[in-house]
Design a protein. Sequence first.
Length: 293
Amino acid sequence: MKPAIITLSVGFATSFQPTSTLHRHATSALQSTRRDILSTITITTASSLLPITTNAAPIQDSLQIEEFLRTGVDPSGPMGVSAQAGKSRPITGVVFRDGTDVLQGKSGDVSAELLVGSKANPTAVIVSFKAPYKLETGSVFDVECRDGKTGDGAFIAVTENTKGRSLEELPSSFFLGRLFDPTGRFSFYGPPTDVKVKKSTMVDDRRIIELSFSNLSQSTNAEIPRNAILVASIPKGTDNAVMLVASANSGRWRKGSGATARDIVDSFRAVPAPKTGMKLRVKDRSGGSSLDF
């Protein structure tokens, strides 16, 4: 199959921004039950989620969309140092359920409980996968594991509303838009270049996309070729796809990191969380109280 330069549908993520009164009344027993489920869940196939985001980061300089769509390169150049300073967490579409945490077991099993859907009709979903990398817990990470020395890593992202289209009907650009938006995970230090879809297939009820691109090195400002593979799935009863994306620089990809990335993707699963009497609330990551939908 001939590599195709991806036609990105660049759009900025909208966010659930609850306006109701702040309060907290979670039951510790129920939290324990969910935590037990998260820590024991096993992994193999993909399911889904949907985006809820907090305040968007200031948009980096600007992305000249028409030129980017035509050439895969932003003519305005990479984001400057001043634009990088104070940059907020990338927008992945991930929103955590109040009273839960991202967990990683000794064997590398990662799990988290997210809220997907809409403010009027949220759904709790448990996502899980297995990765040989350390779980990142800093303020700029949602659900992400990475090797700090090599840059190999994997993270969860959630797409915008699919508007009733199936995984097979959606163009590759629909999934990649979340990753390569100016506020996306792969645009953290500037817009990626040479974005190409190498392969896009359906495997059972999952969409698998293999791609390559170059992004800016934080330390050297050089363009670093990178490979990635993503798996996407739309869970029953929702209109958003949940993705797990694993990537590494091209040199390491050819020497074994590519095989590791495929193993990580194969382990991905997203399933509806067990129903409880707890109200579905967004976890406030600004240090305040939780927010009701």
